[in-house]
Ligand binder design. Structure first.
Ligand code: Z5A
Length: 209
């Protein structure tokens, strides 16, 4: 039997990495085999693309290059990791997937969302998550968490994190609009609460499906 594919989405600092790892642990404790992966990344080539996208370059990618880089990374991850795992009957949990492209490059950067959906269909050969968990946080909570993490790790904002407040507002509204359009796929979870409460809400949502 084909495995199940769950993606985590939302603005930075929403807790995707934290809560995706907790869900993977909970499913493993039930005896399931879980591939926990991320975007961009998850294969050698896709991790190289991740490093490129985050690099402070003299000529940072223009928006069209940015789209194609994220899609190239996704095509590689889908073909070489996600599809084979699903075919083996495993569960796949991915920290970001196609909805990030629609939200960041579409709602955020202003590229036509339908065009992005068509390009994404080519990159993924039509693979859509069985369930998408949107971890929603107000921009001020997101900013606070990112600032705390930067302080703790002595790092500074990357190119996308540093985009202005209006960008981040469009981004959050974009994610919520995507969820509203496909309520059967999305579970929207308020992740401004305590980590244990958010984990519990996620597990309940997954069990509910
Ligand atoms: N991007 C794109 O533009 N287009 C695309 O198609 C794709 C991606 C696929 C990936 O960066 C960047 O690429 C991202 C979108 C863009 N842009 N940015 N910036 P990334 O993978 O490095 O970063 P991210 O995906 O934005 O994740 P993040 O910043 O690491 O946040 P997170 O994974 O959602 O959160 P976290 O790391 O789990 O938690 C952040 C902090 O909050 C951390 O200190 C936690 O301990 C804390 N935390 C987490 N949950 C809680 C709760 N519930 N309460 C309190 N504190 C919490």
């Amino acid at each position: 039997m084909r495995g199940k594919f769950i993606s985590f989405e939302g603005p930075e600092g929403g807790g995707k990495s934290t809560h995706a790892a907790a869900l993977a642990d909970a499913l493993r404790a039930e005896g399931k085999i879980v591939l926990l992966t991320r975007e961009p990344g998850g294969t050698r080539l896709a991790e190289l693309i991740r490093a490129l996208v985050r690099e402070e370059l003299e000529d940072p990618p223009v928006t069209r290059s940015e789209v194609l880089l994220f899609l190239a990374a996704r095509a590689q991850l889908v073909a070489n990791a996600i599809k084979p795992a699903l075919a083996r009957g495993e569960w796949v949990i991915c920290d970001r997937f196609a909805d990030s492209t629609f939200a960041y490059q579409g709602y955020g950067r202003g590229i036509d969302v339908q065009l992005l959906k068509d390009l994404n269909e080519f990159a993924t050969e039509g693979l859509v998550p069985d369930m998408t968990i949107l971890l929603d946080v107000p921009p001020e909570v997101s900013r606070e968490r990112i600032a705390e993490r930067q302080k703790a790790t002595a790092t500074s904002a990357d190119r996308i994190e540093a985009a202005g407040e209006a960008f981040h507002r469009r981004l959050r509204d974009g994610f919520l609009a995507l969820a509203k359009a496909e309520p059967e796929r999305f579970a929207v979870i308020d992740s401004s609460g305590a980590p244990a409460d958010v984990d519990k809400a996620i597990l309940e949502a997954v069990r509910g499906r």
